[in-house]
Design a protein around this ligand. Sequence first.
Ligand code: CMC
Length: 392
Amino acid sequence: TGYITLDPGFVNTGAASSAIAYIDGDAGILRYRGYPIEQLAQHSTFIEVSYLLIYGELPTKEQLEGFTSKINRHTLLHEDLKRFFDGFPRDAHPMPVLSSAVSALSTFYQDSLNPFDEPNVELSTIRLLAKVPTLAAYAYKKSIGQPFLYPDNSQGLVENFLRMTFGLPAEPYDVDPEVAKALDLLFILHADHEQNCSTSTVRLVGSSEANLFASISAGINALFGPLHGGANSAVLDMLEGIRLDGGDVDKFVERVKNKEKGVRLMGFGHRVYKNYDPRAKIIKKTADDILAKLGVQDELLDIAKKLEEKALSDDYFVERKLYPNVDFYTGLIYRALGFPTKYFTVLFALGRLPGWIAHWREMIQDPATKIGRPRQIYTGEKERDYTPISDR
Ligand code: CMC
């Protein structure tokens, strides 16, 4: 069987060639299709970035209009899919609710099953971009017992999502443009990050020629974990814990350094970035701006800043090159926008969706793709003889 190299966590194993995102972890650089994340954050929109990631180029005006109107035509959910939500407990975590609903899209759109049928891959792409925000809003409505709102396709993708999340049927809901802009920016910053855990999951599931919906549903489940997308909720829980404990960041940092079981500085550290995460830089500034604009005073923001300052000057973090990552300040913004902590990772999923789709499509079109099938080093028993149950 040849020589097998063990690489837990695939720290040094390249699984794909990809032209979508570029990261230089030492320099703190992130580019989508060659465009620096800072420029996209400043000038672009989430829908435009979605187009860029999936199709490889920035759209012309006509292309963007066509793309937007196709998405707008698919935002409604099948009424039977809506009833799906009735079966979940009201206090269910919204991430498994979302992944289940996305998985169920395969049952409603059985034309999606052949991954090589390009017109249907295109249709599945549009359906996902259009319906996942609706599903995400319904997962929230279900958790608070409020009625679902139909999408209003005269509005932009982010505005529509905010209205379906926070609006009520009998009342007009005016989306605050500042809030929509902040959320759009956060979605841009989350839109792709090459071969991270959830994207690798999407590719691995897709490598068996499972369809787009099944693969993305698996990616949502991978994102759920606290070391990945779940970190944004975990940061808030950590900050709240420090606040309740009197706001003593030094004490918390000591617990992290002593490697107390289950205690990590959440929102810090990254497999690839050994420098300040460029997304975190933008997000830190956005947190300051949006909280000020909304007139929100949040004690947790002060704790987060103290914690960052303390960690960045502490040998433990310096030696290990641990810097704030994308998740460190996002939760504070989501909280200021009115989202409950449990819901934060769903927002990450909404942002990452175009990246997952782009990777699945790149994978399926790449002639070098083979089914993902890692090897192992067997450490179990050598051959032995079966003992009858009476002799055990
Ligand atoms: N707090 C304390 N120590 C840490 C942390 C942290 N956040 N991150 C890494 N370390 C230590 C770790 O204990 C190890 O030390 P030692 O060599 O003494 O054993 C060293 O740094 C290297 O860590 P690692 O776990 O081998 O690194 P990794 O590349 O396997 O893990 C990570 C990367 C992101 C999972 C990890 O840094 C972590 O758990 N961070 C906290 C969770 C988090 O914020 N996740 C979000 C990641 S960014 C966006 C996303 O993917 O969602």
